[in-house]
Design a protein around this ligand. Structure first.
Ligand code: SAH
Ligand code: SF4
Ligand code: F3S
Length: 480
């Protein structure tokens, strides 16, 4: 049903942000309340995240805007507005999205009023937009990673203009602060500290779809953290593709170490995590800050990608196997109990059995607590896509099997060391059927123990009775 009231041209809205977006939100809110009254029902939204923590954080902002307008969240895709926040880091992320858009089209046939919105990293690729224009004509709104703050404006245009609205920007021109956001969890939240990436690792599409590095001002980061804590958040994760280069472009420049220290001063905040540091820039000052600061989790996620110097060079990673291992040694020397986790790519172009052996060697020597492992996926437009020596699928699959076995062994050995100790955990889940609470350790592993719902969102002490490889069974030792 179209809103009958006189429609304003988008030129009549304020130019400054975020005032402009609030004006669009208010306008949409007013027309939605008319529809709510007329149809005597709630209007629903479904926002789905396909990618990384940064993608998830963007989804919280998108959901925040829709919730301000008056939509209520639903798990079902059969909603009045469906938003797919896509990822394109690997081909399978991409394929999954196309399949799901097809399903949405079938749903929309049954409910023609449904609005379908596509956004996120995949939309920054030209060939994707061409394909959607041609094969998925039922999509209403498409935008990329640089203008997610404009969701309300684009929805308004979709309601007032004929045809679908496509607005892909090639570079981010601004960081818009102070838009609404709804958190997925009450007790933990991600906080963006920077956007984009300048590293251009040769396999990676992220710099092309997320643009150049831009840092948020410390004052905005602190203000957001304070507001989250005031709402009950105990743990924040500072997010960026390469957090060590935070603040370089700010005036005056601020280092990540200074920022994390400042964030830790927020009263009521209990735990801080961060993702992702790049091994080439992890400073000693940061390692010392992590060690000395009781609020910072003793966990460093340090993506290795490969243990072979030859491949690291071809990957444009700017470190060697020896440098990576000495960084690990440094972390362990300063923080003996620290957990180190990693990302590894198997089957990068030109990977030989010898290169792979180097990767296994680093896995054993670094003693990872866990690892995300990926089979190399060719991303068009990246330098690696043009490299010779693409590795056959069955070879990668076989190496992956061996890598997983090796990581399994190393990781359970690491986890086993904590058995019998008493640790602090953030209680993240409660299952009423079993009375079981799941808590997250400082090192990111999970422990299941008997407890009650009131523990949710609190930090409590638990004894780790038994190690099950990637998780523990435990007993709560502190009183609630
Ligand atoms: N900025 C982070 C990670 C971003 S993407 C970093 O530098 O570590 C997350 C992980 O996806 C990467 O660490 C890498 O292991 C993996 N990845 C990225 N591009 C890939 C590709 N083309 N094929 C397979 N895995 C890839
Ligand atoms: Fe991709 Fe490398 Fe940037 Fe990480 S640091 S996002 S892997 S280009
Ligand atoms: Fe994240 Fe995927 Fe984009 S990993 S930055 S959502 S391509």
């Amino acid at each position: 049903m179209k809103d009958e009231r006189k429609l304003q041209s988008t030129e009549d809205f304020p130019i400054e942000e975020p005032a402009r977006q609030y004006a669009f939100m208010d306008r949409l809110k007013a027309s939605l309340s008319v529809r709510k009254l007329a149809e005597n029902r709630e209007f629903t939204m479904h926002v789905e995240t396909f990618g990384c923590q940064m993608n998830a954080k963007d989804s919280e902002k998108l959901a925040g805007i829709l919730s301000y307008i008056g939509y209520v969240q639903t798990d079902s895709e059969d909603a009045d507005i469906v938003v797919y926040n896509t990822c394109t880091v690997r081909e399978n992320a991409n394929t999954r999205v196309y399949g799901r858009i097809g399903n949405l089209g079938r749903l929309k046939k049954k409910h023609p009023g449904m609005k379908i919105v596509l956004c996120g990293c995949m939309m920054q690729e030209e060939h994707v937009i061409e394909k959607i224009k041609k094969s998925y004509r039922f999509v209403d709104v498409i935008f990329g990673t640089h203008n997610i703050y404009m969701l309300a404006e684009l929805l308004y245009r979709s309601e007032t203009e004929a045809g679908r609205v496509i607005d892909i920007q090639s570079e981010a021109t601004r960081i818009v602060e102070d838009l609404p956001s709804v958190q997925k969890y009450d007790f933990k939240a991600g906080v963006n500290i920077m956007y984009g990436c300048n590293n251009f690792c040769s396999y990676c599409i992220v710099p092309y779809v997320r643009g150049r590095e831009r840092s948020r001002r410390p004052v905005d980061i602190i203000r957001e953290t304070e507001a989250l804590v005031a709402n009950g958040v105990k743990e924040v994760m500072l997010l960026g593709q390469n957090v060590n280069s935070y603040g370089k472009t700010l005036e005056p420049a601020v280092s990540f170490t200074e920022l994390i220290h400042e964030v830790s001063l927020v009263k009521g905040l209990e735990r801080i995590r961060f993702m992702t540091p790049h091994p080439k820039d992890l400073s000693e000052a940061l390692i010392e800050e992590i060690a000395a600061n009781p609020k910072i989790c003793k966990h460093v996620h340090l993506p290795l990608q490969s243990g072979s110097d030859r491949l690291l060079k071809r990957m444009n990673r700017h470190y060697t196997k020896a440098q990576y291992l000495s960084l690990v040694d440094k972390i362990k020397e300063v923080m003996p109990g620290a957990a180190i986790t990693t990302d590894i790519i198997i089957g990068f172009p030109g990977e030989t059995e010898e290169d792979f052996a180097d990767t296994l060697d680093v896995v054993r020597r670094a003693g990872f607590m866990s690892a995300f492992t990926f089979i190399y996926s060719k991303r068009s437009g990246t330098p690696a896509a043009e490299m010779d020596g693409q590795v056959p699928e069955e070879v990668s699959a076989d190496r992956m099997k061996r890598l997983l076995a090796c990581i399994g062994e190393v990781a359970s050995e690491q986890a086993e060391r904590l058995t019998g100790s008493t640790v602090k955990v953030l209680c993240e889940e409660y299952k009423p059927e079993t009375g079981c609470v799941t808590g997250r350790l400082d090192n990111n592993l999970l422990v299941h123990f008997d407890g009650c719902e009131a523990l949710l969102g609190t930090i409590t002490e638990v004894r780790l009775d038994e190690c099950k490889g990637f998780y523990y069974l435990g007993t709560k030792t502190s009183d609630l």
